[in-house]
Design a protein around this ligand. Sequence first.
Ligand code: F6R
Length: 614
Amino acid sequence: MCGIVGYVGERQAQDVVLGGLRRLEYRGYDSAGITVVADGELSVGKRAGKLGNLEKALGEEPLPPATLGIGHTRWATHGPPTDANAHPHTGGAGRVAVVHNGIIENFDELRSRIEADDHVFKSETDTEIAAHLIELQVVSGVDLPTAMQRVCQQLDGAFTLVAVDAADPDRVVAARRNSPLVVGLGEGENFLGSDVAAFIDHTREALELGQDQIVVLTRDGVEVTDFFGVPAEATPFHVDWDLNAAEKDGHDWFMRKEIFEQPRAVADSLIGRRGVDGLLQLDEMRLADEEIRDLDKIIIIACGTSFYAGMVAKYAIEHWTRTPVEVELASEFRYRDPIIDQTTLVVAISQSGETADTLQAIRHARTQRAKVLAICNTNGSSIPRESDAVIYTHAGPEIGVASTKGFVTQLVACYLLALYVAQTKGTRFGDEIGQIMQQLESMPGRIEEVLARADDVYRLAREHVANRSVLFLGRHAGYPVALEGALKLKELAYLHAEGFAAGELKHGPIALVEDGMPVLCVVPPRGRDHLHGKMLSGIQEVRARGARTICLAEEGDTTIAPYADELITLPRVPVLLQPLIAIVPLQLFACELATALGHDVDQPRNLAKSVTVE
Ligand code: F6R
């Protein structure tokens, strides 16, 4: 949550910082603000609402010319999204300004301590305390890096803090604990960002800060220490994301562009996974074969869309490897005292790699001696860094807040993991694995076929603008697809949308069905006749109660016509791989319906791309 930018160099700080914030706006858009240091003074501009409000204000009244600045785009935690609560926050004397991502858990206690000394607070945020405390330190005579160290030692919780001091116009100082922060290394200039998107158009050389590290940025260099001033190492990396990949490419929304990128994203996620001998090789797997053979349980932890990818993974892993799999919401996992040991593999799925619930869950798993494997889209983020092994998805930057290509590439990584475990444990013959890999490699083409029929889905979506409630039904691997389809509609169109296992419907939820209510039904391929037949019974039950059914069924399925008021055909694929194509029309449906309703598809209300608070 929240996007942070810092800059020191030769260019106009206002322009560089605003450019970085524009790229980070997906992280939060409740308010935005920027501070520059010019002529020994801080100049602050901030506005509630989207970044556009701040840009407009600064267009009318720019901050003074300056070559050092910090900025913030906010997803509100403490205090509503007002101008006063927007970052940067300043100390009482207006000498130090601070931006913050995370939650300072002991802010109340720290605040009451200094309120007793007549310190007046201007906001309801947890952040402002950090500005006051750092300022108290520099006023007492220590330099900004030392002030940051001393204050970090007092803070509990999660924070990325970036601070500037009006009396120290050549340095930006930042600290990191449990919230993301990367440094961009330029020539005669350096950058800070919550992620590399903040500076990708200036430099591709970056440093990933470790936990509890402080970085001091000047024009000519970067110094890293721990919270006690002891020199520390950050991890250098090269950013290979294409800048165009972060632009909209002619689409109205990043989300729509990302839906159409899915064939490429799936293909990229499969590249280089088979060796010359045909065997699967997952370069990023740093787990020994014996450790995989000894596994007796896999627990998948994730949130939201990633959780639904994990539900699909359960079907594939159990079927191909005969290893029991539990799938659990990361936010619940560590509070139930899970039974795990060194023969448990915990798989954390996260597009951003920064989701706080998932991060805390893997930390808990590691304290119980479980091995942790991350499935992640973001190089150098916290979750893969703290895991024993990683399978990176190669979706490229996902900017739309609602995950799309992130989801399908997570599915690919889950299938690869399942096949790799099957290969290592010997639960599937090599030729079977090769055959499934071939099927997977044909999936980009199948997704293209679904996308070619996007206009039919758009037409259907527009017909449903007046509906306030939509149900989604699925069975087996189609059940998580139904849940994900409903989530997309909730978050984008703000409709009541619910996904159900079709067999569960008659145990209660069928009471929701009303005359004319749209019900989207993910019909399993016919190869699994018992499943297919049972799904048709479920559809029949809702039709009998007046539902208008929109069925997603494979082409050539002649049995479906009497059950479908509307039909969306899907290419023929194996049942376990069907989620990869069945989700696509549901994404298109939600995107188009939300567009027709006039909503901001890329930045839905109340949401943020990366949920770095628990
Ligand atoms: C929904 C969505 C969220 C995320 C969830 C986990 O479209 O994007 O539900 O899936 O917040 O995020 P990651 O995968 O980054 O851990």
